[in-house]
Ligand binder design. Structure first.
Ligand code: NIG
Ligand code: FE
Length: 411
């Protein structure tokens, strides 16, 4: 009988956090094994139920040394591409100014827009590449990246091209989101409607024509765009056949969660001020709640997102970095796990579901990744821990011991 191995590679002596039990548990398989063929999961289970001895099963065997293996982490909300930083505003805030004061005085997002427009494409690729590498070193295999620091057609398109190009330069999957309605650019300060018309009639069609975005987002807030303007953007997205997401109810209850539900959004993000009625609507419309503890922490927000109500109404909760220079200057998804537990009181397994299975959902990718199941993409994170709760327990400590992207091991 010929001895052609069944699979390309096989991990043995490994504990699996399958994340196939929603946010209820890690879906553990201790003393497990997991096999990969053609970049996808071919088999997983208890090691002693392998169909043959490991050497007969696969061409390449990896010994997991009793560590843990989980789905690769997914950062489902970032503004990873930008130039410069806002350390000066950090100082201003520590001298008493608020995030809103700075935004209203022409700083905030608009100052990053000026820096991003002035930067070369190579500079954007390099600085975003550094932040991306930090994420990847923590076990991340998929990242969403928004535009929104260009705010004119040329520079919004350029940001999305840079985001897409990162996928060619690094072993990661990138999803891009068009966020033209992030802030009013200087040239449109007294004519917001003209800017929204530009977003809807020129920018979005150009983005869609070049196939540069997988979704469309907007910032619905008192310091940004009204629900009516957001609706206009969402209608244009619908027309272009693109799903929507929303920066909703971060600083006040503007009805953003409700609006996201009305449009069947993939996710509504931030949500500190969302009402119970909006949460019920989100549950009915299958909208994921993306919580961003880095922004909550950095802006010293005191209004907690409505965790108990999200649990009560069984809205899936994702956790992301929101990496950006103004409200969440971090590139650590593991730190966000810690903050989700300490600040938001999520249980460790709930927080971990937030960066795996529910983060996949927030990007519309749950059939392909986010949990360990036969047929899904072989995107894994390896962890040098005895207990998965250690991932949210250690602060500023990286327990990653490697990644597998589409079946390829990066130690
Ligand atoms: O997600 N809320 C809007 N956008 C970002 C902040 C961007 C910035 O301040 O540069 C956020 O918090
Ligand atoms: Fe954001």
């Amino acid at each position: 009988m010929s001895n052609t191995p069944l699979w390309d590679s096989l991990w043995i002596n490994i504990n699996l956090a399958t994340m196939t039990d929603g946010s209820h548990s890690y879906g553990e398989i201790t003393q497990g094994a997991i096999a990969v063929s053609n970049g996808r999961i071919a088999w997983l289970g208890k090691q002693d139920t392998l169909p043959s001895s490991p050497e007969n099963c696969a061409q390449q065997i990896f010994d997991g040394n009793n560590q843990w293996l989980s789905p690769g982490l997914i950062d489902c909300h970032t503004h990873l591409v930008f130039a410069g930083n806002r350390a000066k505003e950090f100082s201003l805030r520590l001298n008493g100014a608020s995030y809103q004061d700075i935004a209203n005085a022409g700083g905030g997002i608009r100052s990053t827009v000026a820096a991003t427009r002035a930067a070369s494409e190579q500079e954007l690729l390099d600085s975003a590449g550094q932040r991306l590498t930090h994420l990847l070193n923590e076990g991340v295999t998929s990242v969403e990246i928004k535009s929104g620091y260009g705010l004119d057609t040329e520079h919004e398109l350029r940001m999305l091209r840079v985001a897409r190009a990162l996928e060619q330069l690094h072993p990661v999957s990138i999803r891009t989101t068009f966020l033209g309605a992030h802030a009013l650019p200087d040239a449109y300060q007294d004519r917001p409607q003209n800017y929204i018309d530009l977003v809807c009639n020129e920018m979005l069609p150009a983005v869609a024509k070049e196939g540069l975005a997988d979704a469309v987002d907007a910032f619905c807030e008192t310091i940004a765009f009204t629900p009516a303007q957001t609706k206009q953007v969402f209608d244009a997205a619908k027309q272009a056949g693109l799903p929507v997401k929303l920066h909703a109810d971060q600083l006040s209850d503007s009805g953003g969660g409700m609006l996201a539900a009305e449009y069947g959004a993939l996710s509504a993000d931030h949500l500190e001020y969302t009402s119970e009625a909006s949460i019920e609507a989100m549950q009915k419309a299958n909208v994921v709640a993306v919580l961003l503890p880095g922004a909550f922490y950095y802006l010293r927000e005191t209004q907690l997102p409505p965790i108990e109500l999200l649990r009560k109404h069984r809205v899936p909760v994702a956790i992301a970095t929101d990496t950006n220079p103004g409200s969440s200057p971090t590139s650590s998804l593991l730190l966000m796990l810690n903050m989700a537990c300490t600040l938001f009181r999520l249980r460790p397994e709930e927080a971990f579901a937030g960066v795996t299975v529910n983060a996949a959902k927030a990007l519309g990718l749950e059939s392909d990744r986010g949990s360990l199941a036969v047929g899904k993409r072989a995107d894994f994170a390896l962890w040098d821990v005895a207990d998965m709760a250690e991932l949210g327990y250690w602060m500023g400590t990286n327990k990653s011991s490697g990644r597998v992207k589409d079946g390829v091991f990066f130690g």
